[in-house]
Design a protein around this ligand. Structure first.
Ligand code: PLP
Ligand code: COI
Length: 337
């Protein structure tokens, strides 16, 4: 195997040994299959290709000091994929089948799980696509579910070093009653143009406001948003943001640490009140934010060049559970046997 520089991995695609596949045909799911090919053979009229009938997930596995591999909250990802499937009328994969596919994909690619000291992790990408041909806008009658994996470092190259976000009201990621709460490809396609613009100007991501009124904070392109003030962890409640499993976990940990937790509409003006601000997600982990720039009003909200004390505590606690340094009292991790 090529030598992998585990400590300097970015968040990029890399081939590994095996992936797992499962086909939905004639109204039922087949058996899980293991493949060493990175290719799929797909009908040119597959609904995934034309009408975006596809959903994906993202989760991670971690190698602990004890050499054991832990997968974080995969039941939550399985359920979220079911919700996405309901949202865009795809066949629903049973939770247990999803989890078994993830276990196999991790186990078969064990040699790609980064070592404990590296701070990297194995990123797991489940994908569900409509493969059956249609030309009218309607759901496919055949689907393919896949799981592939790769070792990754932090999503934002700065890792736990604070970066800046930008608000640009001209761009939306998702419609108010649209698909923002589902993890479907169309949302990411919609965010690519504004995301590129943000990066070209030196920002790590766009912070989207609610698409209807532009009054409330929604989320970032690839991660949820949180702010901390007056010993309170505040995170937006919105119909058009992805229900982040990382955020859900951080809310539990914040409460355990003695913070109050508020999930509610967060008016734009509140950006001026937070002591700490962060983006959170599987890929982003906690990415502390040092500033939010409102490009429409040429106005900065600043939070300091170093991660805040609460963000640091939350980050350390989450990682300690994921890497197995602390007891898993909420049963969030499954050890791969
Ligand atoms: N929001 C968006 C738009 C995302 O793509 C992600 C990544 O999955 C998240 C939030 C964070 O969700 P999670 O913590 O479940 O990875
Ligand atoms: C994740 O955090 O798993 C995601 O899916 C975000 C993605 C845009 C890389």
């Amino acid at each position: 195997m090529e030598n992998i520089d585990w400590k300097n991995l970015g968040f990029g695609y890399r081939d590994t040994d095996y992936n797992v596949r499962c086909y939905y045909r004639n109204g039922q799911w087949g058996e899980l299959e293991i493949s060493s090919s990175t290719r799929i053979d797909i009908h040119m009229s597959a609904t995934a290709l034309h009408y975006g009938q596809e959903a994906f997930e993202g989760l991670k596995a971690f190698k602990g000091k004890d050499g054991k591999i832990r997968i974080f909250r995969m039941d939550e990802n399985a359920k979220r994929m079911q919700s996405s499937s309901d949202g865009i009328l795809m066949a629903k994969l049973p939770v247990e089948k999803f989890m078994e596919a993830v276990r196999i994909a991790v186990k078969k690619n064990e040699r790609f799980v980064p070592p404990y000291e590296s701070g990297a992790a194995l990123y797991i990408r489940p994908l569900l696509i409509g493969t059956g041909p249609q030309i009218g806008v309607k759901p496919a009658d055949e689907y393919l579910f896949m799981v592939f994996v790769m070792p990754v470092g932090p999503y934002f190259p700065e890792g736990f070093k604070p970066t800046n976000l930008v608000i640009m009201r001209k761009y939306d990621r998702a419609a108010p009653q649209g698909t923002g709460k589902y993890k479907v490809g169309g949302n990411y396609a919609a965010s690519m143009g504004s995301g590129k613009l943000a990066k070209q100007q030196g920002f790590s991501a766009v912070l989207y406001l609610d698409s209807r009124e532009k009054k409330y904070l929604d989320e970032c392109g690839p991660a949820n948003f949180f702010g901390i003030k007056n010993n309170t962890y505040v995170t937006p409640l919105s119909d058009s943001i992805l229900p982040s499993i990382t955020n859900k976990s951080l809310m539990v940990l914040a409460e355990e640490m003695g913070l109050k937790v508020e999930q509610r509409k967060v008016p734009y003006e509140e950006l001026a009140e937070f002591d700490e601000v962060g983006a959170c997600g599987t890929a982003a982990v906690i990415s502390p934010i040092k500033g939010v720039y409102d490009a429409d009003n040429d106005k900065w909200f600043k939070y300091g060049d170093e991660p805040g004390a609460w963000s640091k505590k939350l980050y350390n606690k989450l990682l300690a559970i994921q890497y197995g340094d602390e007891p898993d009292k909420y049963s969030w991790v499954e050890i791969v046997e």
